[in-house]
Design a protein around this ligand. Structure first.
Ligand SMILES: Nc1ncnc2c1ncn2[C@@H]1O[C@H](COP(=O)(O)OP(=O)(O)OP(=O)(O)O)[C@@H](O)[C@H]1O
Length: 460
């Protein structure tokens, strides 16, 4: 990328004064060379991260420095390649300045001739763990928006610094290799392809890219709030640097962990083929003998993947809890237990793992095509009338449908999706209700959306 050539020093432009931190730009020629190399590396990383994506890429841009740099680099790449881009900003409505930040991103996009949408979240006040709820809502809004536009992927602007902070936070939580592998450059969750093309690029480089263009950016005050683990991790990195434990070292370690995780996955695949079968309702049946015979790390990886898939959650259980549950499952004492929104129970010689009904989500409005509880794809082949909701079948629903033939446990059926109108059951597609075809428009398919887990677990 030659945009920042020495003939036209980009840092000679003026910085906006109101809406940026405005740190000093590199001045000496050695820094210019360093900057050119770093900026070219960022542009090359973005091009590699976006390569082969078959359609529009929707950029998630908050107005912060990282994601504005993503916008800047992606706009250059799109201008050179003609690849379609769009941009979305989520206004969580949690800070007064957020609307102005979204408007500033919109203005930037208008100047670049890129479509932009502001997606508002109204669920803030009252949400339990507010930052987790805001993150989940952001992902849901972004994936819904991308699906509505028919976009092929959503791009996030996580950096090498984010990856290193994530590594430290997971280390502190006692994560295994799966967690220590950090964030993936590509992942498929909830039917959406998520891209993180800047995971190898330093935050400071991205700030320099913006300074070079004279673009300001917004600072989210929560990035300085020491109550957040991420901020603590950022500060800890400063303390650890003299030990040689810096961002590049942690990122390199995370990528070695990703290789180890892939090797475990591979072994887990062989173990799954020997030990695992599924019912159509998403009940996992395990044969303990091959589990016992497998190396502990492979066994734990398979159990972590299973618990993640059956619970529909994005993250596996904590390592310590997983180890305790694995011991209990393979020991003789406890006949049953629960972990990570799942129930396990001994059945004959085997073990059954199923979703815990009370961990299923509260009712949501029924739509024509939606992922429910992270594990069921629920569709309707006809327009959905107003006022219908999607919620777990539960005991009340099962009392209406009765147990379908096949011997599936009532508890498993309780955690399947059902369509309701107030308290009246309209359809329970996983139970084939109603049998006379009145609600045949509804279908439900048990699904493992995450590409990595799909590889490990789809051996039926
Ligand atoms: N409000 C938002 N609207 C759209 N995308 C967002 C929003 N908040 C975060 N993102 C996306 O998620 C990524 C990671 O979020 P995180 O909260 O860690 O952001 P960050 O490190 O503060 O980055 P940025 O400086 O771009 O906000 C961002 O880089 C951005 O791509």
């Amino acid at each position: 990328m030659t945009r920042w050539s020495a003939a036209s020093p980009p840092w000679s432009r003026t910085w906006p004064t109101s809406w940026s931190r405005g740190a000093t730009a590199p001045a000496a020629s050695a820094s210019r060379v360093t900057f050119d190399a770093a900026a070219s590396a960022a542009a090359a990383a973005l091009a590699a991260g976006f390569s082969g994506v078959p359609g529009e890429i929707c950029l998630a841009v908050s107005g912060g420095g990282d994601s504005l740099a993503l916008l800047a680099l992606a706009a250059d790449w799109a201008a050179a390649t003609g690849h379609p881009l769009s941009v979305a900003t989520v206004d969580h409505r949690l800070r007064a300045e957020a609307a102005a930040e979204a408007a500033a991103v919109a203005a930037r996009c208008a100047a670049l001739d890129l479509p932009h949408a502001t997606l508002a979240w109204d669920g803030g006040p009252g949400a339990g763990n507010l930052s987790q709820a805001a993150r989940d809502a952001r992902r849901a809004l972004l994936s819904g928006h991308a699906a509505a536009r028919g976009a092929a992927a959503v791009a996030l602007a996580h950096t090498a610094d984010d990856q290193a902070e994530t590594f430290l936070m997971r280390l502190a939580r006692g994560s295994g290799v799966g967690g220590l592998a950090g964030m993936a450059a590509r992942s498929e969750v909830g039917g959406v392809l998520w891209l993180r093309p800047l995971l190898g690029i330093r935050r400071d480089t991205l700030r320099d890219v913006l300074r070079a263009r004279g673009w300001g950016w917004a600072e989210d005050p929560s990035n300085l709030d020491a109550r957040f683990d991420r901020v603590k991790a950022r500060r800890a990195l400063d303390t650890l640097a003299p030990l040689g434990l810096d961002v590049p070292r942690l990122v390199a370690t995370a990528s070695r962990m990703a290789e180890a995780r892939d090797a475990l996955d591979h072994a887990g695949q062989a173990l799954a083929a020997a030990a695992l079968s599924w019912s159509a309702e998403g009940e996992a049946c395990l044969r303990p003998a091959p589990l016992r015979a497998a190396p502990r790390s492979v066994r734990l990886q398979l159990l972590a993947d299973l618990l993640t898939a059956v619970s529909g959650r994005r993250h596996p259980p904590r390592r310590a809890a997983l180890e305790r549950a694995a011991e209990a499952m393979l020991g003789a004492e406890a006949p049953a237990g629960s972990l990570h929104g799942c129930l396990w129970r001994r059945r004959g010689e085997g073990l059954v793992l199923r979703r815990e009904p009370r961990a299923c989500p509260p009712p949501v409005p029924a739509r024509r095509d939606q992922l429910w509880d992270g594990r069921w794809r629920v569709r309707c082949s006809a327009p959905v009338p107003e006022g219908l909701s999607l919620a777990a079948l539960g005991p009340a629903g099962l009392a209406v449908t009765g147990r379908p033939p096949g011997g599936v446990a009532a508890e498993t059926l309780h955690a399947t999706p059902a369509i309701w109108h107030n308290d009246s059951l309209i359809a329970a597609p996983a139970c084939g209700y109603p049998a006379d075809g009145r609600a045949a428009a509804w279908s439900a398919e048990w699904t493992i959306e995450d590409a990595r887990r799909r590889r490990v677990l789809t051996c039926r």
